[in-house]
Design a binder for this molecule. Structure first.
Ligand code: 26Q
Length: 798
């Protein structure tokens, strides 16, 4: 859209004066933010209305992305950038004497996600709007987002994330008229109706109202706005008397109260099942209603609708869709099944089979009695069909949905859909040959890869403004709207001036982070040091502990030899641990205690610093990632499905220190061996160990003095205040045979780190590698990933 600075200033002042009765000079950042958001809403509302009108009028096919998590972070700056008015607003604010940064920081992160999976869903929303495809999100409107992390005495403490604050969500619109009912619990009987069909009758069930709130997803400077629809729960008016006490009402509100902060272990909780069903049923009901307005037959719905199942959390979708089509709309089973399979598609985000969701059949039957019957029917027909086709019992048992009194949600998603994809090449290969091998035999045509991507605009133009200006200076600003133009930077790989400019840009970002570290921890660090960063959820397979083993080694080396010649290093961690994940929390404690020890030891002469920055979230990522020299992507090969921060680091010029895992492999393929530092076992070596059962961490510990010394420091008092945590780690590594092969990869990691040190000393070389990474990073734009989903899975038109 076009907007002049003067017009903006008038609109902004009017809103602030007339609607909020405040003068600019008196307003707090929160009040300024509220006024700005109102102004922006007025600007985009006509576009949003027009988009909804034209999609309906043209009867276009729409993809619905069902996800229990969406993690957009802050929306203000993206919305302004995408509307094309960011600069005008900044100039207007400058004239009004308002600090844009302060206003921006007044917005709470929208953190309705745990990590990679939720952030990917948010990225896809942005890219769907940006590429112009009709793609809508469907999720839950949690009252509290992912917990806020405080570090107290080195321990993680979780506080509620009250993201509504005093303003609520300024971007959402309540759509009362689209509310639907969702039924839970009770008994169900099948009775014949007049036409002789069996229809269910319900007794004693609970009926809840699902009310949608739509959040606009604004495309990048293309006047396209899609919806992210988030459902909230309410008590239907005619049922109010059933909930006389505050307590009984609160029990209902609990359904959308919190996002489960658990990406490690399966929470076998009824509430989680209700959450999953609630958003899935509500979403599917409105989709069918909307479709029927077109006046085309329901059995053809798949021609106008795609439903994407993001991980197994909404995987009840095929069964619920069948229930709606057959019970509520009277379709024949076979026609309904064809429509269902053609509508549904599923993405898997983890190869660890223990992480695939399973529900206790008893619980499922209690909460969703009719859906349970339908699942049994789907399962029976599936088993019968395989039997008829002559498949062996082993394969049937590996793929059926209901077995051992458990409902296997991934199996339902695969059988009930036409597409299964992994999120990076290696991950998809492993799904085919390992985790989902039996399904691959059965349905090879359903399997495909879609390597993850990131929103380039957020990680450059928003998070790295200095970098963005520097890019403009050399290749012009076309890359801002056509990210593949970034490849033009390759022309400058041997241009001394360009290398120096980009080196300086990185230093400026490091300076900003150094200031933040100073403010939050009190320690001053030098921007001449290597900023070595590992930020991601805390999980054993991601091996933050391997990083720590190396830091301990450096510390011990420096204590032995304080004059050791080394490039100063600043190690930075950011990570939330699932509240119930004891081991992960112990690692956080140890990092913090080691940080205390190291940062306060003057004998280290400033050569080593270590920080754990609390409450890692999208906004903190925007500060940290552009300031990184080294991107730590050190998961045990085969375990990290893709990773996406690896792509963000690359795009802002960090050098990747990585195992051959997930998308790291594809990053290596882009930049070449000389522009990435790879170490450790590859997935074949890891699988060999599994097959031969020949790994013995204790042997390494006992025969390798360096490893021995590093490990002992967890239990011999070297690091203070970690008695139980140190012992826990020691036991995991030695008694329990080091599940993630840290000790096996240790020396290779240390060598890789030494290589990083050598490279960094050669400033020119480092700058060249860094620029190569930036230049090649456009490969990982989520816009292209979405193009592939849209063409190959959803069959959408623009
Ligand atoms: C399950 C049951 C109960 C409660 C919570 C959960 C739960 C919550 C979150 C299970 C899994 C998750 C999140 C998984 C996740 O973030 N996976 C990551 O997905 C990214 C996007 O594809 C990949 O890049 C990462 O490699 C993968 O780890």
């Amino acid at each position: 859209m076009t907007l002049s600075k003067d017009q903006f200033i008038r609109d902004f002042k009017d809103t602030l004066h007339e609607e909020q009765l405040i003068k600019v000079s008196d307003a707090t950042p929160t009040e300024l933010f509220a006024a700005l958001a109102k102004v922006i809403r007025k600007y985009y509302t006509p576009l949003w209305l027009e988009r909804n009108r034209s999609l309906t009028a043209n009867k276009e096919k729409i993809a619905y992305y069902f996800s229990i998590e969406f993690l957009p972070g802050r929306m203000l700056e993206t919305n302004l950038l995408n509307l094309g008015i960011l600069d005008v607003v900044k100039e207007g604010f400058a004239e009004l004497g308002v600090d844009f940064e302060n206003v921006k920081n007044a917005e709470h992160d929208m953190a309705l996600g745990n990590g990679g999976l939720g952030r990917l869903a948010a990225a896809f929303m942005d890219s769907l709007a940006t590429t112009g495809y009709p793609g809508f999100g469907n999720g839950l409107r949690y009252r509290y987002g992912l917990f806020k992390q405080k570090i107290i005495d080195g321990y993680q403490v979780e506080l509620p994330d009250d993201w509504f604050g005093s303003l609520g969500n300024v971007w959402e619109i309540r759509k009362e008229h689209d509310a639907v009912d969702v039924r839970l619990f009770g008994d169900v009987y099948l009775e014949q109706n007049q036409e002789g069909n069996l229809v269910p009758t319900y007794q004693n069930s609970q009926v809840l109202r699902a009310v949608p709130y739509d959040v606009p997803q604004i495309g990048f400077q293309n006047d396209t706005i899609n919806n992210l629809r988030l459902w909230d729960v309410e008590i239907p008016e005619d049922q109010e008397t059933l909930y006389p006490s505050l307590e009984s009402r609160r029990a209902i509100q609990d359904i959308t109260a919190i996002l489960y902060p658990d990406d490690s272990t399966l929470e076998g909780k009824q509430l989680r099942l209700i959450q999953e069903y609630f958003m899935t049923s509500a979403g599917l009901q409105t989709i069918i209603k909307h479709y029927l307005k077109q006046g085309t037959p329901l059995e053809d719905i798949y021609k106008k609708v795609s439903v994407h199942i993001n991980d197994t959390h909404p995987a009840v979708a095929p069964a619920e869709f069948m229930r709606l089509l057959v019970d509520d709309y009277g379709l024949e089973w076979d026609a309904a099944w064809k429509a269902t399979v053609n509508t549904m598609s599923y993405t898997n985000h983890t190869i660890m089979s223990e992480a695939l969701e399973k529900w206790d059949a008893e619980l499922f039957k209690k909460v969703l009695p009719r859906v349970y019957q339908i699942i049994l029917e789907i399962d029976n027909r599936f088993v019968a069909e395989l039997g008829k086709a002559g498949y062996d019992a082993h394969l049937v048992n590996n793929t059926r949905i209901v077995k051992d009194d458990q409902i296997h949600m991934a199996n339902l998603a695969i059988i009930g859909g036409h597409s299964v994809n992994g999120v990076a090449k290696l991950h998809t290969e492993l799904l085919k040959e390992d985790t989902l091998r039996s399904f691959y035999k059965l349905y090879p045509e359903k399997f495909n890869n879609k390597t993850n991507g990131i929103v380039p605009r957020r990680w450059t133009q928003i998070a790295a403004p200095e970098l963005s200006s520097a890019i403009d200076q050399f290749i012009g600003d076309d890359w801002r709207s056509h990210i593949h133009s970034l490849g033009g930077l390759e022309t400058y790989l041997d241009d001394q001036q360009a290398l120096e400019t980009f080196y300086q840009v990185k230093k400026d970002a490091k300076e900003r982070l150094a200031n933040y570290i100073k403010e939050t921890t009190g320690f001053q660090v030098s921007t001449d040091a290597i900023f070595d960063v590992q930020v991601k959820r805390l999980h054993a397979y991601k091996r933050q502990l391997l990083n720590l083993l190396h830091i301990i080694k450096l510390y011990l080396d420096l204590k032995d030899n304080p004059d050791k010649d080394m490039v100063p290093r600043v190690f930075i961690f950011g990570a939330k641990a699932a509240p119930g994940y004891h081991f992960a929390k112990s690692v956080i404690k140890v990092i913090n205690e080691l940080a205390n020890l190291i940062n306060n030891d003057d004998s280290l002469q400033g050569k080593l610093h270590l920080f754990f920055l609390e409450n890692y979230n999208v906004s903190l990522a925007e500060l940290i990632i552009p300031a990184a020299d080294v991107s730590e992507q050190i998961s045990l090969a085969s375990k990290e499905a893709s990773g996406t921060s690896n792509m963000k680091f690359m795009m802002t010029g960090a050098i990747t220190l990585a195992t051959l895992d997930g998308a790291n492999i594809e990053i290596k393929d882009e930049v070449g061996d000389d522009n990435i530092v790879i170490f450790g076992m590859d997935k074949d070596a890891v699988y060999d160990h599994y097959r031969l059962n020949d790994y013995h961490s204790r042997d390494l510990y006992e025969n390798d003095p360096i490893i021995h010394r590093v490990i002992d420091s967890f239990v011999n008092g070297t690091i203070p205040n970690i008695q139980s945590e140190g012992m826990e780690i020691y036991e995991a590594l030695i008694q329990h045979n080091d599940e993630y092969f840290l000790l096996e990869d240790f020396h290779s990691y240390v060598k890789a780190q030494e290589k990083i040190g050598r490279l960094y000393r050669d400033k020119k070389k480092w700058a060249r590698i860094s620029l190569t990474n930036i230049a090649k990073s456009h490969k990982f734009t989520a816009d292209d990933t979405i193009e592939q989903y849209a063409k190959e899975i959803w069959e959408l038109k623009k």
